[in-house]
Design a protein around this ligand. Structure first.
Ligand SMILES: *[C@@H]1O[C@H](CO)[C@@H](O)[C@H](O)[C@H]1NC(C)=O
Ligand SMILES: *[C@@H]1O[C@H](CO)[C@@H](O)[C@H](O)[C@H]1NC(C)=O
Ligand SMILES: *[C@@H]1O[C@H](CO)[C@@H](O)[C@H](O)[C@H]1NC(C)=O
Ligand SMILES: *[C@@H]1O[C@H](CO)[C@@H](O)[C@H](O)[C@H]1NC(C)=O
Ligand SMILES: *[C@@H]1O[C@H](CO)[C@@H](O)[C@H](O)[C@H]1NC(C)=O
Ligand SMILES: *[C@@H]1O[C@H](CO)[C@@H](O)[C@H](O)[C@H]1NC(C)=O
Length: 742
């Protein structure tokens, strides 16, 4: 009886199990999807694992094996797992030089087109799980991968996929697991914080780097092992990751301090940082999370002693710390000798390394100016942005090394400061999409493959294109060919600085794309900078007769003036040292649809470069920028010129015209109110409170002071303009008859 019962229960269980297995497959696959699968078989060049597929195969009934699983739901394929026998690229050697097609029996034939392959595959629009492992896929991942809108698991381990990880991957919003391990990917990993459901990321054994990617807090399992991540690890790395259980950063070239807070992350179980260049001592009182079962710190340059919780193996924790520079008697013969440690510590100092690279290549002097100009088109004005990146040629071969390393320190400081933007400054970028690194394909798409009809200007090797991103936003793309190759890392640092100069009142960079040379994966020859497109023409055009139909009255002019002043304040103070000597002109002030002013033509002076170039002369592009204080005062003067134009409405083309206007304004301030009225633009008559205009005119005159030292600071200017607004507001609210007053 008992035996019978247990037999029955076994039988029942197996019935349930069988029906669970079979049920989802009962469906008949849509004929179109069957055709797609046969096409996939063909495009994959009939791998052994798919040998049995014919046009008679009922795909939903194929029994799953470890190397082939097909799951149907309704009449659609929801899972496709194909594991081939074309093994890992590791056998090809680890040289990233073989980035593109590698002719070997490990890869699909030269005829294979990954683009076509994904065009076909993405028609399986219900796919939730896609695993294509060891199939010899080669070529760059196409951007259209984002068409798999329901994809949850993507595993493309051990293929020969090259190029960068396409930023479009972040549009796969259902993605939970992203595995691209063992390919030939290079460059930076896009910011994955938008993938809110991502739990597993494994990009190990590629050539990715140098920056550790930005990852969200939902990740549980992160494997970045065996790449070329070279950055320093910020101390607060993964600080808010409550769910992170497994972190593998081993075998990269990470430098700087070991971020010891990783040891106490609430869910951490496995931590592997072996084989990097981490230095310094860990804090003795550092706590380890209770669940931490494995820590590997071996093959680094850590020194001092270890915190208590890492001192030794215990029943529930394995700790590996051999081959560091630790002073732990028990492991003395498994640590490097101090002479080695000393030498290595010097060698990995980033200053030294970069300096040598730069000196040998000829220095990259990067001066970025973004200048606006206008082009008439069908009566509308469109914007051109000039971003001038210029390499300043190295004059002398030999170079004083302390000078260079100083300048490098300055650049390191700048970068640190740029990272630590105050909350106020972060607010400043409100309204702009986050800065991002774009994929070359996105640039190509935006400019319609650099179609001539989209050229806005520029010269050969330095063109400007009008473009439209996939989200519909209009942009201006500047394509700049560097005359000489530069290291990706070096250029990325500059891009990082550029990415911080974003403000509501600046024509701001939205992103960039660095085109990495295929045969020299660490060098660059083209940079694309993408800027917002400001649609409503220049401020000048709004003050001109043709446009003045009641558009820009005094209150609007005041708020435009304040916007410009805030933009200048940001340039001077947001990031130390600020950007000064910005060649401010009314033609460089652009307006958007809401008449919000945005300054173009500002310059980004990169101190690391300028510092080292300071004792040059002649054609030097940077000569007109004297000290930053002079530059500040020069900006104030130029703001004064713009204010004169806002008040008088007259275009000012020369110093003598300016002098005439300034003197007239100055005299009218001393005379009766009617005198100022006659100096002001007739088209603002009736719209201003006298006191408001007077305050603005006074600060304008001060800005134009011949003696630079007497010119006000930008804060003074802002204060006065804001006072002027208050007076104006009070006047408007009290309902005084504008006509009677002015
Ligand atoms: C099966 O498909 C192949 C091409 O894919 C075709 O040549 C063949 O005629 C088909 N067989 C039948 C019976 O439809
Ligand atoms: C894969 O397996 C097939 C058949 O088993 C064999 O002919 C082929 O050489 C294998 N390919 C590789 C790259 O090992
Ligand atoms: C790193 O990746 C390369 C190539 O992908 C491979 O040959 C090598 O064995 C890997 N090394 C480690 C330590 O995983
Ligand atoms: C991806 O697929 C490979 C091969 O089947 C497997 O070994 C690996 O565990 C998978 N990765 C994840 C995270 O599922
Ligand atoms: C995390 O990912 C690695 C590599 O993909 C895998 O070997 C490991 O089993 C995963 N661990 C967990 C807890 O998911
Ligand atoms: C802990 O155990 C691992 C292997 O289980 C060993 O390699 C390591 O050296 C041990 N660590 C210490 C501190 O004894």
């Amino acid at each position: 009886m008992v035996i019978f019962q247990s037999m029955l229960s076994v039988l029942l269980k197996s019935v349930i199990v069988i029906s669970l297995l079979v049920f989802p497959s009962l469906a008949q696959l849509a004929p179109s999807e069957s055709r797609i699968l046969l096409q996939v078989q063909e495009l994959l060049e009939y791998p052994p694992v798919l040998q049995s597929w014919t046009n008679w195969t009922n795909f939903c009934y194929i029994p799953p094996t470890p190397s082939l699983t097909l799951v149907c739901q309704g009449s659609h394929v929801t899972e496709l797992t194909v594991i081939g026998n074309r093994t890992n690229p590791s056998s090809l050697g680890s040289s990233p030089a073989r980035m593109n097609f590698v002719a070997s029996h490990q890869s699909l034939s030269p005829k294979f087109s990954i683009d076509l392959f994904f065009t076909v595959l993405t028609k399986l629009s219900s796919l939730k799980v896609l695993k294509l492992v060891s199939l010899g896929l080669w070529g760059p991942l196409p951007a259209k991968i984002n068409r798999f809108w329901s994809l949850q698991v993507l595993n493309m381990t051990a293929n020969l996929i090259s190029g960068t990880v396409p930023p479009e991957i972040v549009l796969l919003t259902n993605l939970r697991s992203l595995v691209l391990a063992g390919n030939l990917l290079q460059g930076s990993v896009p910011d994955l914080r938008n993938l809110k459901g991502l739990h597993v990321l494994d990009v190990s054994s590629n050539f990715l780097g140098p920056q550790i990617p930005s990852l969200g807090n939902t990740l549980v399992n992160i494997t970045l092992r065996n790449n070329t991540f070279r950055s320093q690890l910020p101390p607060e790395l993964f600080k808010n990751s409550r769910s992170l259980r497994r972190l593998d950063l081993s075998y990269n070239e990470l430098s700087g301090q070991f971020p010891s807070s990783l040891l106490s992350l609430s869910s951490i179980q496995y931590l592997n940082l072996a084989g990097n260049k981490l230095m310094g001592a860990l804090p003795m009182n550092q706590k380890c999370s209770d669940g931490l079962a494995f820590v590997d710190l071996s093959f680094n340059l850590l020194s001092g002693k270890l915190p208590m919780c890492l001192k030794s193996n215990s029943s529930n924790r394995v700790v590996i710390y051999s081959w560091n520079c630790l002073s732990i008697p028990a492991s003395k013969n498994q640590q490097h000798p101090s002479s080695f440690c000393h030498q290595k510590a010097l060698a990995v100092k980033p200053t030294e390394k970069t300096h040598k690279q730069q000196a040998s290549k000829g220095k990259l002097g990067l001066f970025l100016g973004v200048a606006g100009a206008t082009i008439g088109a069908l009566g509308a004005l469109s914007l051109i942005i000039f971003a001038i990146i210029r390499r300043v040629r190295s004059r002398r071969a030999e170079r004083n090394s302390s000078e260079v390393s100083d300048s490098h320190k300055a650049s390191a400081r700048l970068l640190v400061e740029a990272r630590n933007l105050s909350p106020v400054m972060r607010l400043a970028v409100h309204g702009l999409p986050p800065y991002r690194v774009l994929h070359l394909e996105e640039i190509e798409e935006a400019t319609d493959n650099f179609n001539q009809s989209n050229v806005l200007g520029g010269s050969q090797g330095d063109e400007l294109y009008r473009g439209r991103l996939r989200d519909g936003s209009k942009v201006v793309v500047r394509c700049f060919k560097l005359r000489q190759r530069h290291s990706v890392q070096n250029l990325s640092q500059h891009m990082e600085v550029i990415s911080k100069f974003r403000h509501r009142h600046l024509v701001s960079a939205l992103g960039h794309c660095i085109d990495i040379l295929e045969d020299h994966p660490n060098s660059v020859n083209t940079v694309f900078l993408v800027f917002e497109y400001v649609s409503n023409g220049t401020l000048r055009s709004h003050l001109d007769d043709s446009r003045r139909q009641g558009v820009v009255k005094w209150p609007q002019r005041l708020s435009i003036a304040i916007g410009i002043a805030k933009g200048i304040q940001f340039l001077h103070t947001a990031i130390a040292p600020g950007s000064t000597g910005n060649d401010l002109k009314i033609e460089h002030v652009l307006l958007d649809e809401n008449l919000t002013p945005k300054i173009s033509g500002y310059s980004l002076r990169l101190p690391s470069m300028v510092g080292s170039e300071s004792n040059r002369s002649g054609e030097d592009l940077l000569d007109h920028l004297s000290s930053s204080e002079d530059g500040e005062k020069q900006d104030i003067y130029q703001l004064g010129v713009i204010l004169v134009e806002l008040i008088t409405g007259k275009p000012i083309a020369s110093q003598s015209e300016l002098d005439v206007e300034r003197i007239q304004l100055e005299q009218s301030l001393a005379a009766a109110p009617s005198s100022l009225r006659s100096a002001a633009d007739p088209s603002i008559h009736g719209s201003y409170a006298y006191e408001s205009l007077r305050t603005a005119a006074e600060i304008t005159i001060n800005c134009l002071s011949k003696d630079a030292a007497k010119r006000p600071t930008i804060e003074d200017v802002l204060w006065n303009l804001q006072y002027s607004v208050q007076v104006q507001d009070g006047w408007t609210v009290s309902g005084e008859n504008p006509v009677a007053r002015s």
